[in-house]
Ligand binder design. Structure first.
Ligand code: XMP
Ligand code: MG
Length: 197
């Protein structure tokens, strides 16, 4: 499709955004800083031990973040994917989380596992993912989240690397969706409330 034809589609997505919370430039700064923190931590900890650093992308929301983040981690690493489906309605997740795409468990053995998630909200999804990963033979499991909504927490989850704390607003873009749309927006925006309430 020509660029001329693509522009109106992108424009229509933008019409649904109330305001931009993080611009593409701000996201870039955040991702570089987090990548640097992870690089420093694992170059000291893993050093020449020969252990594998395994970034685990939680699908689908983290796909854009992971793609950018791994290029800011200046160490050898591998990438795996895990999908957790959290049942709920509209913009609220329930406590019921199912691992719908699992990692090949032999990849976890002895690895420094870095779970990479787009957003931490109630904590239900990540606490279930961390429970799933526990006891599977990883040397360590740490957690990196791009966005954190602390005011929404229902279950305690410890974050090792955090992009930014945000207020209790439903956000889309940079991988995050509402009904599978908006993932391709290059910024994080607050979705207009009338679209989901
Ligand atoms: P919990 O409540 O389990 O939620 O911590 C984590 C998952 O819920 C989704 N989520 C959002 N998705 N904008 C989104 O596009 C948001 O503001 C938002 N808040 C939560 C997301 O899939 C995350 O993995
Ligand atoms: Mg998600």
């Amino acid at each position: 499709m020509s660029i001329e034809k693509a522009i109106p589609v992108f424009g229509a997505l933008t019409d649904d955004i109330d305001h931009v919370l993080l611009t593409a430039e701000e996201l870039d700064t955040i991702v570089k800083r987090v990548g640097c923190e992870i690089t420093n931590k694992f170059s000291v900890e893993t050093g020449n031990t020969g252990r594998k650093l395994l970034a685990v992308c939680i699908l689908k929301g983290s796909l854009v973040f992971v793609a950018d983040l791994i290029r800011e981690i200046k160490l050898p690493l591998e990438v795996s994917f895990l999908r957790a489906t959290s049942y709920g309605s509209g913009t609220v997740s329930s406590g019921v989380v199912e691992i719908s795409l699992a990692i090949d468990e032999k990849d976890l053995i002895g690895a420094d596992v870095l779970v990479v998630e787009d957003i931490l909200d109630s904590g239900h999804t990540l606490s279930n993912i961390l429970k799933y990963l526990a006891g599977k033979g990883a040397h360590s499991v740490s957690l990196c989240v791009l966005l954190n909504k602390p005011s929404r927490r229902k279950t305690e989850v410890t974050i090792d690397y955090e992009g930014k704390q945000i207020p209790d607003e439903f956000v889309v873009g940079y991988g995050l969706d509402y009904n599978e749309k908006y993932r391709n927006l290059p910024y994080i925006g607050v979705l207009k409330k009338e679209l989901y309430s």
